[in-house]
Design a protein around this ligand. Structure first.
Ligand code: ASP
Length: 401
């Protein structure tokens, strides 16, 4: 099937899903298994793909110093764009003041009982006690750590390592081929996921009723994501990666629609890698930069966490000055790094931000009802941010010498 046709079918799948979910509401739940099938297939491939793509990507850089150079640039790039996203969120929330005048008693509902992971826990989660358990639980940070180590050491054992590298590259090619096959099912999978998400929320009218309860808050998050995704990242792409944002965005459409429908950067990773390589992003950059991005680079999540924390403060009438907002800036950035690339992970790590500035945890109850939708929007920006990062890092001198 021609690639363009597939992209068109995936987009049609999403639109038709929204239409059916809107009008048929909960009845669409009977199609949910088709969405689960698609999601399972992506999750099935993501663990081996991370391991082999990272090992192949790192080892094909050939020299551990090059790995270090690209690694640092990747981290600095990801950290900077996340910081820009948080600043956009903070500026908007200070201008739009979505929480002022919100009646806390009428909207506050249940709070998540989940205990948040602290910063020490995030650091600890890099090194797994048992790598197989980490694989079984699809925990990305330890997998990345182990693959970095393995790929890095592979470059230091000379000729002997070459054979193994070839095998890893071949397995990586096979996995990418399987991703191609999974994508043929994407139009149906995306249809079912979108129809089910809207259907479950009770259809179009119920959805609007939910969103409008915290309408200004949702507007602030969505405006921030739009500014970051449609202005900042395209400018970076244009000036630093010397690419046309429109063409690159179009090439990434499959990944973007998949991220919206799955609300998981990790599950979308196989598609993101496939799209980036097809668009001529350096293979090593795609293999190395994208798995790291899917795990630690969450511009959308960071922006949302900052806006949500400020919204909660405004609703409770708690004044947060400059210093507190700097704390929000730092903790939202960190919390987004710690958030896993799975649905609504940001909601949990947001407790780090709330605790850092002493905001009431139960404030989360106010934004719970719309989170499933905002999660999809921020995941899309997370994935777009990763893809732009891969294009920028692709131009590093280490990758082109
Ligand atoms: N769902 C997001 C992702 O996978 C994480 C989050 O913000 O909840 O990128």
């Amino acid at each position: 099937m021609r690639k363009n046709l597939l992209v068109i079918l995936i987009v049609i799948g999403g639109v038709a899903g929204a239409f059916c979910g809107w009008f048929f509401g909960p009845a669409m739940e009977s199609f949910a298994f088709l969405g689960d099938l698609f999601l399972n297939a992506l999750k099935m491939i993501v663990v081996p793909l991370i391991i082999f793509s990272m090992v192949a990507g790192i080892a094909s850089l050939g020299d551990i110093r090059k790995v270090g150079g690209v690694g640092w640039k990747t981290l600095v790039y990801y950290f900077s764009t996340t910081a820009i996203a948080v600043v956009i969120g903070l500026v908007l929330v200070n201008i739009m003041k979505p929480g002022v005048g919100v009646d806390v008693s009428s909207v506050a509902m249940t709070t998540t009982a989940t205990k948040t992971a602290g910063i020490i826990d995030i650091i600890l989660s890099f090194v797994p006690e048992n790598i197989f358990q980490a694989m079984a639980e699809t925990r990305m940070l330890p997998l990345i750590f182990m693959s970095l180590l393995f790929g890095g050491v592979l470059t230091t054992i000379g000729e002997k390592g070459k054979q193994l590298l070839d095998i890893c590259k071949t397995i990586n090619d096979v996995l990418i081929k399987i991703v191609h096959l999974i994508l043929y099912f994407a139009p149906i999978g995306v249809f079912a996921l979108v129809a089910n998400m809207l259907g479950k929320s009770g259809g179009g009218d119920a959805f609007f009723a939910e969103v409008s309860k915290v309408g200004m808050y949702s507007m602030t998050v969505i405006s921030g994501l739009a500014i970051h995704g449609l202005i900042v990242l395209p400018l970076i792409l244009f000036f630093l990666a010397k690419r046309s944002p429109l063409r690159y965005g179009a090439a990434m459409l499959e990944a973007l629609v998949t991220s919206f429908s799955t609300s998981s950067s990790s599950a979308t990773l196989p598609v993101t890698i496939e799209c980036a390589k097809r668009r001529g992003v350096n293979e090593a950059a795609a293999d190395f930069v994208l798995p790291i991005g899917a795990t630690i680079n969450m511009d959308g999540t960071a922006l949302y966490e900052a806006v949500a924390a400020m919204f909660i403060a405004q609703s409770y009438g708690i004044e947060l000055g400059f210093i507190h907002q700097v704390v929000i800036f730092l903790t939202a950035t960190l919390a987004s790094i710690g958030a896993a690339g799975i649905p609504q992970a940001g909601l949990v790590t947001m407790l780090i931000v709330l605790e850092a500035v002493g905001l009431p945890n139960e404030g989360i109850g106010m934004i719970l009802a719309v989170d499933w939708f905002l999660d999809r929007c921020r995941t899309t920006i997370n994935v777009w941010g990763d893809a732009v990062g891969a294009a920028v890092i692709s131009r590093c001198k280490e990758l082109n010498s």
